[in-house]
Design a protein around this ligand. Sequence first.
Ligand code: KG4
Ligand code: ZN
Length: 339
Amino acid sequence: MPVILAIESSCDETAVAIVRGEAGQAAEVLASEISSQIELHREHGGVVPELASRNHSLRLRGLVEKALADAAVTMEEIAAFAATTGPGLASSLLVGSTAAKGMACALDRPFLGINHLEGHLLSPFLHQTSVPPHVSLIVSGGHTLLLDVEGAGRYHKLGGTRDDAAGEAFDKVGKMLGLPYPGGPEIEKAALGGNPAAYDFPRSMRHDPHLDFSFSGLKTAVLYTLQKEQGNPSLADLAASFQQAVIDILIAKTLRAARQSGRHIVALSGGVSLNRALREAMRRACESAALELVAAPADFCTDNAAMIAFAALLRHLAGESTPLAEDIHPNLPLVCSRA
Ligand code: KG4
Ligand code: ZN
């Protein structure tokens, strides 16, 4: 059974994973190491690319050694090496892809360059035996995407954000509310016990027939509310109302996408999909629309290398590899239709 080692270093997590699998069987995650740089970037209120890439270089070797030890496999047993090659920060992508190419070269194994978004998109199916046709919602710090998925490697974009990504909106509103970076998990915590109907924030383009998103109006509405209520607005109510508005928009567009494409399965992935209120609301919405929801396992929602290794495994099993000369692509889109 082929064993794949993958590196994820597109943003502020350095991650290495080892996954084993065979066609028609659920993949096995033998190791998944993540070294988060959140603390490092927190004092700057966001990711500093130079700090990120320097830290990837520092952490990577130790993480590869730990992954091999945890998985109890040797370098020689690895069938192919993979890395995220886009989209992401150029200097960060370079660290991971160069390391994976180096190992592939030294051991004379194939290299696979993986699209970070394909990793998120496939993550809900890590523990399943196949990737069925479905509608996929990817909600992360950098992207908000709705796709029609025919199967592994066959993706058609249905809609995306016209301004901020959902996670970006969480992070920016978190900052406005004086919460630490990243705002997503902090807003979820602050919203507990808050009234989601306390503020009637806009649900931009919710009823429009297209499948695009917009979160900048919502973000501005939170800012105006904060300015108006100089007194003491309830943090819990503000957080809960903002979170509810995001959830309502995401659910409305996802259900519309499922209706329009005629798919019966909805997949949910990306860092924002860790949000329990979103997962629960999406579960209920899918249930009443007779749709099956497959959400990414909690361990694989935020950036990780297991999802990259899994995407690479599926490509490796399909007989694919990436030429070593292929460069990183900081703005790589996810509109691929492989035969
Ligand atoms: O997928 P991810 O790790 O990185 C990207 O590919 O962008 O997603 C990170 C994003 C951040 O914006 C973070 O605030 C958000 O996911 N996030 C959350 C939660 N946990 C992480 N947003 C809402 N609720 C959460 N519990
Ligand atoms: Zn991501």
